[in-house]
Design a binder for this molecule. Structure first.
Ligand code: ADP
Ligand code: ZN
Length: 658
């Protein structure tokens, strides 16, 4: 593969050389220049001949040795030695008497235009054409100038480690991901057991998670646990500027891997290679497409039980080409979230294993002070603290060293903005608690799987995740109303507890409004509007007050607005009542969130049940249709979950009601 790569640069290099040679050889050097006054003198002395006069220059020949000798020494020196005539040139000076004097001197002369064709061609057009070709060549590779500069620097490195030395004990806080990989380990160790029963092991596993959450670590540990070789390569290093190189590398990688089977192949930054094809029409990307196609071909080609397991990591799964995610390719996904409080404590413990800690060090407290930090950050903090202690020549690492390290790690890092102040934390906790409590107290809602106030994604600061118990295609009015309540729950909780509201509910309100609008204008769920479907061409409410060209007649539009508002304010009233009735439970959930950051389904039920048994709660409710702990189907795994997120800022567009 190296040969192909080099031949590309050699072609470029030779092209440049040829161009330079052409410039030197064919653009003959101009003859020596002399002063105009000398020219005049020599003309009068009949010492010049064969003049060619252009608008800017006069060139000709000196007839004799003496003429050359009569020039100032510095000019004379520029002439070549030898016999006359000597070619010379002079810059033309505005001189109206020149023709007369030429005639008087009786020399032959002719006029000419300034530039001759061949010099123009060589000096300008050829290089221009050449550079346009080179430029297009580079752009077509999709790399642009950056790749051009890095020619020869970025070679795809396939790292092969026969033994990674990493095991699952080096990973903490992501137990679910570990558990999922356990099965793969046992397959690699006892393949015959699986083959005998005809079981198929997934070929490709996609690990999704933010940078530094331990994706690479997980892949390495898998290889370490199974004691198989570990191939790793970065997706970005596949994509080089010359067509065919990446594809050849993929072929090569799989060839090597199959020879070493059983083994693990790990592709980091899969998104660099597997972006949706044809997404960028401006700069063609033949090279990336070819590489991606080759990867798909290889994945389809090898036997599922050949013992080669492909792992890939990405933090942007949404940009991947769908072909990569199809069955038989990367069809198994493992998501790694940012670690929660407990996870962070465990990760700190793993990294503090070899570090002598002072008695005052409290990992629990350190974990509490580093919300939003990922494994890599925590590893870095432990390391910084150890370095700090070593600098001061201390015997062990104290809490003061950790303080310093945390400050240093958080300073200047983007995550600083993620470290919320106390008031923000309380706001988010109550907001999410509101969503969760309302969701659990409505009969027609999906059960809450998880409530979290760990930053997730770009915008969300906290979120409540509901998992449906089954696939749904038709929703009843009562179900939609309950969903409306859940969306309003966050905002209402803030209102109830603080008597004040925050910006965090923007997305909730947007979704609630859209849902209410659909109920009124499309689903015929409002008595006042009746069965009319008032939405022509699926127009969405940009804002209820906005004048929207696609909206129906003004009177109907007014009616729709009124009904939407009524639905929302009714929901708000219901939710406020629910929350006020269960204020104790709300407080308990919020408090636990502040302590633990994450609450899972079972714990949430316990918290809600807490001091207020379900039967009493239901009896105390004036709205008897909504018992405190509604009977709900047991929690199902998988399925498309609904996430109600508390957003830092929201740029999502309203979607259809779920
Ligand atoms: P990613 O591939 O997701 O960007 P890495 O696997 O390269 O992250 O993690 C970088 C380093 O961070 C690891 O080498 C390890 O020291 C530390 N780390 C990350 N996650 C964990 C974890 N869950 N447990 C222990 N250490 C971790
Ligand atoms: Zn919310």
């Amino acid at each position: 593969m190296e040969k192909k790569f080099d031949s590309g640069s050699i072609v470029l290099f030779i092209g440049v050389l040829v161009l330079l040679a052409a410039q030197v050889l064919w653009l003959a050097p101009a003859p020596p220049a002399i002063a105009y006054s000398d020219f005049q003198r020599l003309l009068a002395a009949h010492e010049v001949d064969s003049l060619v006069i252009t608008p800017t220059r006069i060139s000709g020949e000196l007839r004799s040795e003496q003429a050359k000798a009569s020039l100032p020494a510095s000019d004379a020196a520029t002439f070549t030695a030898g016999k006359p005539p000597y070619a010379f040139t002079t810059i033309r000076v505005a001189d109206e008497s020149l023709p007369a004097r030429l005639a008087a001197a009786g020399v032959r002369y002719r006029g000419a235009l300034d530039s001759s064709w061949d010099s123009l061609l060589l000096a300008w057009i050829v290089p221009l054409v050449f550079f346009v070709i080179v430029w297009q060549f580079l752009m077509r590779r999709g790399g642009g100038m950056r790749d051009f500069m890095s020619v020869g620097r970025s070679r795809a490195q396939v790292y092969l480690q026969q033994a990674t030395g990493t095991t699952f004990s080096d990973i903490a806080g992501i137990d679910e991901a570990k558990k999922e990989l356990q099965q793969i380990v046992s397959f690699l160790c006892h393949p015959e057991r699986y083959r005998r029963l005809g079981g198929k092991i997934p070929k490709g596993i996609l690990i999704v998670g933010a940078p530094g959450t331990g994706k690479t670590l997980l892949a390495k540990a898998l290889a370490g646990e199974a004691a198989v070789p570990f191939f790793s390569i970065s997706g970005s290093s596949f994509v080089e500027m010359f067509v065919g190189v990446g594809a050849a590398r993929v072929r090569d990688l799989f060839e090597q891997a199959q020879k070493q089977a059983p083994c693990i192949v790990f592709i980091d930054e899969l998104d660099a290679l597997g972006k949706v094809r044809g997404a960028n029409p401006v700069s063609g990307n033949d090279e990336r497409e070819q590489t991606l196609n080759q990867l798909l071909v290889e994945m389809d080609g090898f036997q599922p039980n050949a013992g080669v397991i492909l792992l890939a990591a990405t933090n942007r799964p949404e940009t991947l080409d769908p072909a990569l995610l199809r069955p038989g390719r990367f069809d198994r996904h493992i998501a790694i979230d940012r670690p929660d409080l407990n996870g962070r404590r465990q990760i700190l413990a793993v990294h503090a294993r070899g570090v002598p800690l002072a008695p005052d060090v409290d990992l629990e407290e350190l974990a509490a002070r580093t919300p939003g930090c990922v494994g890599a950050d925590l590893a870095n903090i432990v390391n910084e603290a150890a370095l700090h202690a070593a600098e001061a020549d201390h015997a062990n690492v104290s809490m003061a060293d950790f303080d310093e390290a945390i400050d240093r790690a958080l300073a200047g890092s983007e995550r600083k903005s993620r470290v919320m102040n106390a008031q923000e934390k309380v706001t988010i906790a109550y907001h999410e608690a509101g969503h969760a409590l309302v969701a659990q107290s409505r009969a027609h809602c999906d059960p809450v799987k998880k409530v979290s106030m760990i930053p997730r994604g770009v915008a969300a600061l906290g979120y409540t995740q509901q998992v449906p118990t089954e696939d749904r295609y038709v929703l009843r009015r009562s179900e939609l109303l309950d969903r409306l309540d859940v969306l309003i729950g966050g905002r209402a909780s803030e209102e109830l507890v603080f008597g004040d509201v925050s910006t965090g509910a923007e997305n909730d309100l947007e979704r609630a409004t859209t849902m209410a609008w659909h109920m009124v204008a499309r689903y015929g769920m409002s008595e006042r509007l009746g069965l009319a479907n008032c939405a022509d061409d699926g127009a969405m409410p940009k804002a209820l007050t906005g004048v929207d060209g696609a909206r129906p007649a003004a009177r109907t539009a007014q009616l729709i607005d009124d009904e939407v508002r009524r639905l929302l304010s009714d929901a708000h009233e219901r939710v406020m009542r629910t929350l006020a009735d269960q204020r104790d439970a709300l407080d308990r959930i919020a408090k636990r969130l502040l302590e633990r950051e994450v609450i899972e389904h079972d714990e949430l039920l316990t918290l809600i049940a807490g001091a207020e048994p379900a039967a009493v709660g239901a009896a105390a409710q004036p709205d008897a249709a909504q018992p405190a702990a509604a009977p709900q189907a047991p929690l199902a795994a998988g399925g498309a979950s609904t996430v109600t997120a508390f957003a830092a800022h929201v740029s999502q567009r309203p979607g259809p009601p779920q």
